[in-house]
Design a binder for this molecule. Structure first.
Ligand SMILES: Nc1nc2c(ncn2[C@@H]2O[C@H](COP(=O)(O)OP(=O)(O)OP(=O)(O)O)[C@@H](O)[C@H]2O)c(=O)[nH]1
Ligand SMILES: [Mg+2]
Length: 266
């Protein structure tokens, strides 16, 4: 029994004991490792937890267990999560090419529904998970780049935030209310939550998604590794207010949303 562990540690331990799926166990163990104080007296306990975690991760999924996870496509995977009838499928239909069943009766969606959202030419994968919140679905929320809580009122918001906590979902989450907010506004909110910028190649005007703070080097790397090695300079077109500026930039130059870039190589 580790000394000086906070109450949260024992809560995580209880979660571990009662966990049914491998994913829940892994999440609980990771939580325990994080919460266990690091000092000389707890070294053994740390080692034990880590060994248990490594063993769990190595284990294959048990036969007959549900397959976990949805193959990621596009620049990011976003999980739509909310109570039944909150309008998840309706929203998915408005934002993507998916056409899931929409109905007044509860629990219409019985398996994850997947659709591709287009944002300025960049593809973002949206996954609606069934409102039964089974462990296998919560693990989708855990591994997604963002979680969108689809709500009809503040009460639902509070309950969903609790649910995320209890299921160890630490993914960045945002709250949307499709009954009050229009689809375009929600699309913008989802995009903003991802922390990405869109940069265009000069010649083909191909949109490229990059994390905020990315440099010309990151951009070049994403196009082709050789570009960095043979890099001479980049030309960059940037719109600031109503002014369009053209400049020359090096590898370390930080890009901004909507920049147009032309790479010059040796
Ligand atoms: N007025 C209004 N009705 C909506 C809205 N969104 C969904 N609905 C209706 O609410 C019902 C449930 O919508 P769904 O999109 O199926 O909800 P869901 O969250 O996917 O529900 P389940 O998959 O069954 O858990 C349907 O009858 C929809 O037509 C909305 O924004 N406004
Ligand atoms: Mg649905």
């Amino acid at each position: 029994m580790p000394v000086n562990a906070p109450a949260e540690y024992f809560k995580a331990d209880e979660k571990f004991q009662s966990a049914k799926s491998k994913e829940e166990k892994i999440a609980a163990l990771e939580e325990m490792i994080r919460l266990l104080p690091k000092h000389h007296g707890s070294e053994n306990a740390h080692a034990q937890l880590k060994a248990r975690l490594a063993k769990l991760k190595k284990e294959g999924t048990k036969k007959g267990a549900h397959k976990v996870g949805i193959q990621k496509e596009g620049e990011a995977q976003v999980c739509l999560l909310g109570f039944t009838n909150s309008g998840k499928s309706t929203l998915l239909t408005k934002l993507t090419d998916a056409r899931p069943a929409i109905a007044e009766y509860p629990y219409t969606t019985k398996k994850p529904e997947i659709g591709m959202m287009d944002y300025k030419g960049v593809k973002v994968q949206l996954v609606e998970i069934p409102s039964t919140f089974n462990a296998e679905y919560m693990s989708i929320a855990r591994s997604a780049e963002a979680v969108v809580l689809v709500i009809r009122n503040e009460h639902e918001k509070k309950q969903l935030i609790e649910l995320l906590k209890d299921s160890f979902v630490r993914t960045k989450s945002i709250v949307v209310n499709p009954w009050e907010e229009n689809a375009n506004y929600i699309k913008e909110k989802i995009w903003q939550s991802l922390g990405l910028i869109v940069v265009y190649t000069r010649k083909t005007e191909t949109p490229m998604a990059l994390p905020v703070g990315s440099t010309i080097k990151d951009f070049a790397n994403k196009i082709h590794k050789d570009f960095v090695q043979n890099f001479r300079f980049a030309r960059l077109w940037r719109t600031e207010g109503s002014k369009k500026r053209m400049m020359q930039a090096g590898l370390d130059y930080v890009l901004r949303d909507n920049d147009i870039v032309e790479l010059h190589a040796r």
